[in-house]
Ligand binder design. Sequence first.
Ligand code: ASP
Ligand code: MG
Length: 446
Amino acid sequence: MTKVLKFGGSSVGSAEALRRAAAIVREELPGGGLVVVSALRGTTDLIGEACGAAGAGDLPAARERLVALRDRHRRVASELGLWTEIRSTWMPLFERLDQLVTGMALLGEATARGRDSALAVGETLSAHLAAGCFGGAFRDVREAMRTDARFGRARPQLSALREAAAPWREALAAGALWVTQGFLGATADGLTTTLGRGGSDTSATLLGEALDAEEVQIWTDVDGVLTADPSLVEEARPIPRMSLGEAEALSAFGAKVLHADCLAPGGRAGFRLVVANTLRPGAPRTEILPHPPAREPGAVTSVAYKEGIALLRFPAAAGLEAPLDAARRLEEAGALRFGLVSSPAGTLMALRPETSAATGVLASLAAAGVGCESGWAVVALVGEGLRTDPLAALRHLAALGQEPVGGLLTGSSTVSIAFLVPESRLGELIPRLHDRCVVAPFQEQP
Ligand code: ASP
Ligand code: MG
């Protein structure tokens, strides 16, 4: 019965945090298991900046970042009394990072492939440190995590991963305690890849699937998945148990606790996904279940939102070609699409630009005469109860009273309803909608 624990950057970001994580590992994995770690908080950004500076030909600026990185790691290792032990393991990694960055500066180019190799050093440093601190053995995740060669956002190759993970499955089932890197993978040819920013959650669940784990625990710095953003809703509280569908809808519509990509493996493999707080290990956790017991009909469990949404309006005369072409261009530039609704009256698209390239595409569309409004937010009510009583969504919406709603974004999800509201109204609306959220306990099946 293998368990996988994942610690994010803030849970391994300091000597104090690593000591807390070590206590959790002792408690949760007395009979062995797999621990997946992110890079120390801020490391991925720092390496990314170093690559950026090197690619622009500014080697001194890049080296400055690497010195900061080395100092920080050395300090944390020293505080843990692990510096002498880990020094000889780390030195070649620092050296490699320096060489990669020097190469980029020489070429005046930081390729996606080169960046991935450089970023990989962050996770590798922290996995070695965590192994020392937790009393486990370091294993390089690139032995198991097979991906394609889409550098910067590689896709896992599930059957190759499963095959490569076979020796891991055996050793872990026999009681080994291993510590490995999140975020990284390798192609069949052994080239290093990364799964995209925040990808360590996905590493943990993919490994959980390949290892036939019964449980994957994501250790973060909040009490599980909350009913709403606590900065807007004082009464927000952890949801004890939720379905995978609810978790998917919540991550899609703005909840930040889990990476949206990390949920699919649980759906396929059927393990329990647990979200817990490193700062309060004894606090209530959220369990995300692939086959949840029934919810109260109509019950909504949480409310999520995302600000910074732009609305594009295409007149009916534009047909579908123009909006679809715009959608493609925006997505290629990195925008996230939240809705695309077409009717005889025209087409409405809601999106979040996310990158300056996408903002540029948006500006060019506006200049070409496409109606373009910013300042909207998408709000979603989420709950398994909507599956059995879809009309309940309308009753919940009535809670909005006379609020202007920019549009209803119906999608394929049967466990959420999403709509647009002006950004400026979020502070008042979210708490009102939250009042409608009952974390009705799942009804136990007799
Ligand atoms: N270290 C990587 C990042 O900051 C991956 C992760 O933390 O999940 O994006
Ligand atoms: Mg994360």
